[in-house]
Design a protein around this ligand. Structure first.
Ligand code: NAD
Length: 490
């Protein structure tokens, strides 16, 4: 088995430690990667620093040429799309058609930023004449050395959401995917090499907490961006404080899906399924708390359970509705949450167990699970489960629904279902979250900013904001009347 390498300063490097990559559908090792040490991480940071501050090839390239190279990356991913999708399904377990959707989104993310970098930016300001006639304007410049860390739930797409804007802006990057699902990112770096990204502008390290911590605390790193759990995000924020790094955090969620009695019932059932069972529920924005008007709750839960029970479960390569969870630890974590829900008195409507039928006995499958009669104090309502488990709570008034929706430390996403558009807009305005939907759940667009309120993070990815995160804004003031100011008497 070929052992995959890290990519530092334009070279593929090995180390003396090898990590196994496991297919969660059958629990078997199907690939291996060299693990980076803290020393390797420092080497990668030094390579990025040299690329940004000394050789400057990527940073100084004009935006048209840089944009053209980024377009070539998109074309190459398109050419290898089947291979990329298969890697994500093998690594992560997700159904192949969902992986194919991720690859398609990633291609368009690169194309979007290749074109956005050439769009007008900065501004001109009409300023006072206290110091004479001035022309004041701003330019956007790359931040410098950007360290980037991603989770395993959307291995390819989370990498692209960070790499595309950071590279388009002219930064040099050090990137670390989750060691649980690194393969599509390694393949992406092969593409970077193929299209001619200059050595040192894009570096790849593979590892876990030690490597990530070094990336966050190393003083030669100008910015750290992280997607992952709130617990690790909080740790990295502390590490980053040493040199006051710029920071971007995309963290966890426990998002409310608020459903009123006047909704299209079948439509809201289907969107609720997309909200919680897409990608096995391993979605940061998952609609994991259904908050529904009491009068329709029983009928809604009956229909939701009927459809959840009918979902196909299996190996992602066979395109079931639900694939395995990422690993045994995550499966046991989800099963522990299910046990805590039962212990705390929630009503288990369906699912609730590991799935081991039809060739799934060695994989990490959990049946789609619904808990009814939940209350806000239950652990399953308060904590992010990150699996196919949804809780149901009821309300009688709009005010109660909004209060319940906002009764969480998180603020990533939320939705509202109703045929009363005025109420929908009123409720969405009140929900304290960065990504919201009316009469749908989960559609995500490259053009629109993605990120959370409260403990769901800092900053935004995607859209114009996603590019600006990787830029510094410089103010430039030009004196239009040079000469003696006459401010001092002598
Ligand atoms: P995680 O926080 O355990 O790990 C994320 C990354 O951080 C991985 O690359 C991991 O190797 C690294 N890491 C782990 N411990 C570290 C440490 N102590 N120091 C430095 N780096 C460390 O998260 P996960 O289990 O990989 O992913 C699931 C989490 O990601 C969920 O909480 C989910 O909500 C979140 N997520 C958020 C978004 C978003 O856009 N807001 C998107 C996807 C996933």
């Amino acid at each position: 088995m070929e052992i995959k390498k890290m990519y530092i300063g334009g070279e593929w490097l090995s180390s003396d430690k090898v990590l196994d990559v496991i297919n969660p559908a059958d629990g078997k090792v199907f690939a291996q990667v060299y693990e980076s040490s803290v020393e390797d991480t420092r080497k990668a940071i030094a390579a990025a620093k040299k690329s940004f501050y000394e050789t400057r090839e990527w940073r100084d390239m004009d935006s048209q040429e840089r944009g053209d190279i980024i377009l070539k990356i998109a074309d190459k991913i398109e050419e290898y799309a089947d291979e990329f999708a298969r890697l994500d399904t093998l690594d992560n377990g997700k159904p192949l058609r969902e992986a194919e959707g991720d690859i398609s989104d990633g291609i368009h993310t690169f194309r979007y930023y290749a074109s956005l970098i050439k769009a007008p930016h900065g501004g001109a300001y009409d300023v006072n004449k206290g110091f004479g006639e001035m022309h004041s304007y701003t330019v956007h410049e790359p931040v410098g050395v950007c360290a980037q860390i991603t989770p395993w739930n959307y291995p390819f797409l989370m990498s692209v959401w960070k790499l595309a804007p950071a590279l388009a802006a002219g930064n040099s990057v050090v990137f670390k995917p989750s060691p649980k699902a690194p393969l599509s990112t390694i393949r992406l770096f092969e593409v970077f090499e193929e299209v001619g990204i200059p050595a040192g502008a894009a570096n790849l390290v593979i590892g876990d907490a030690e490597v990530g911590t070094e990336m966050a605390q190393n003083k030669d790193v100008d910015m750290i961006t992280f997607t992952g759990s709130t617990r690790v995000g909080s740790h990295l924020m502390r590490c980053a404080s040493g040199n006051i790094k710029k920071i971007g955090l995309e963290l966890g969620g426990k998002s409310p899906n608020v459903i009123f009695a006047d909704c299209d019932l079948d439509g809201s059932v289907e969107w609720a399924m997309v909200g919680i069972f897409f990608n096995q529920g391993e979605v940061c924005s998952a609609g994991s708390r259904i908050i529904i008007e009491k009068s329709i709750k029983d009928e809604f839960v009956k229909r939701l359970a009927k459809r959840a029970n009918a979902m196909t479960i299996g190996n992602g390569l066979d395109n079931p509705d639900i694939g395995p969870l990422i690993d045994e630890t995550q499966m046991n974590r989800v099963l522990d949450y299910i046990k805590s829900g039962i212990d705390e008195g929630a009503t288990l409507v369906c699912g609730g167990t590991r799935y081991t039928e039809n060739g799934c006995e060695n994989g990490y499958f959990v049946r789609p699970t619904i808990f009814d009669n939940c209350t806000s104090d239950m652990k399953i309502v308060r904590e992010e489960i990150f699996g196919p488990v949804v809780t149901v709570q009821t309300f009688e008034t709009e005010e109660e629904a909004v209060a319940m929706a906002n009764d969480t430390d998180y603020g990533l996403a939320g939705a509202c279902f109703t045929s009363d558009i005025t109420r929908a807009m009123r409720v969405i305005k009140e929900i304290r979250a960065g990504i919201t939907w009316i009469n749908c759940y989960n559609p995500t667009f490259n053009e629109a900013p993605w990120g959370g309120y409260k403990m769901s993070g800092i900053g935004r990815e995607l859209g114009v904001h996603g590019l600006e995160e990787y830029q510094e804004i410089k103010q430039i003031n030009i004196n239009l009347t040079p000469g003696v100011l006459g401010w001092y008497e002598n």
